[in-house]
Design a protein around this ligand. Sequence first.
Ligand code: SF4
Length: 284
Amino acid sequence: MMPKDEAHSDPHGELAHLAGALRHHVVRQQRRGQRRVADLQEVTLIPQAPMAASSERAVESRPSSKEKPAPAPAAVPSPPRSPASPPNPGSPSETWRSLREKVAACQACALHETRTNTVFADGDPPARVLFIGEAPGFHEDQQGVPFVGQAGALLTDIIQKGMGLSRSEVVIANTLKCRPPENRDPSPMEKATCAPFLLAQIELVDPELIIALGRHAAGALLQSTASMGQMRGRIHRPPQLGGRRVLATYHPAFLLRSPNMKKETWLDIQLGMAELGLSPPPRG
Ligand code: SF4
């Protein structure tokens, strides 16, 4: 999905609920002393319960002027345990594969009816960096891979030419795993229903740094309705994510339309690289 108006203030109520789901999950994990991949045995991988309010918007193309101020995040009920999701005590790669299969088979919300493919992730855990975008667009839905096309090429450049990593060294995912038809906004229930998959991915990848691409992904992860301009430029350690480091920056699709913002993105990426102890690759 193509974000617009990244720099615009984004008081979006739906973001708060995915963030609320994230927080709820992490707090639950922390209370159990769970943080590592092996502890994911008890993560419910197939969400079922409709949530009372929305989570996050998967379409980045709606004018933010239409968005309403976010209410205070409401308590999100625990995802119900599904008999179809028994504990999976396998290795991280096995658990990742199992999670991918569960996403592929997921019919927990209406988006399964119109998707061509689920879009789980690109890359495998563990990875030092986890990029999280918004929702699959047309090409992603067709190919089942996140960040393809021009925006994907730009993200690849950021990873390879900017950070000196290969795309295979990172994991790239979206907050929503199925494309909303005609790029419409997903319903609150769709978004909240899909949230546990992202939570499980974060736990499995266990990244040193999460890079949120676009204000919607960033807002959800940071539980913030601030504008991208307010969220970017610093490392966050949101308690709702157990203090994991999160860096917010502009979505590559936005940068394609606003190339003058690439400078800020590069500053953000450099900040992230410093956190990771990475040096820019030599210029050829
Ligand atoms: S969007 Fe998420 S919850 Fe909905 S069908 Fe796809 S994978 Fe399942």
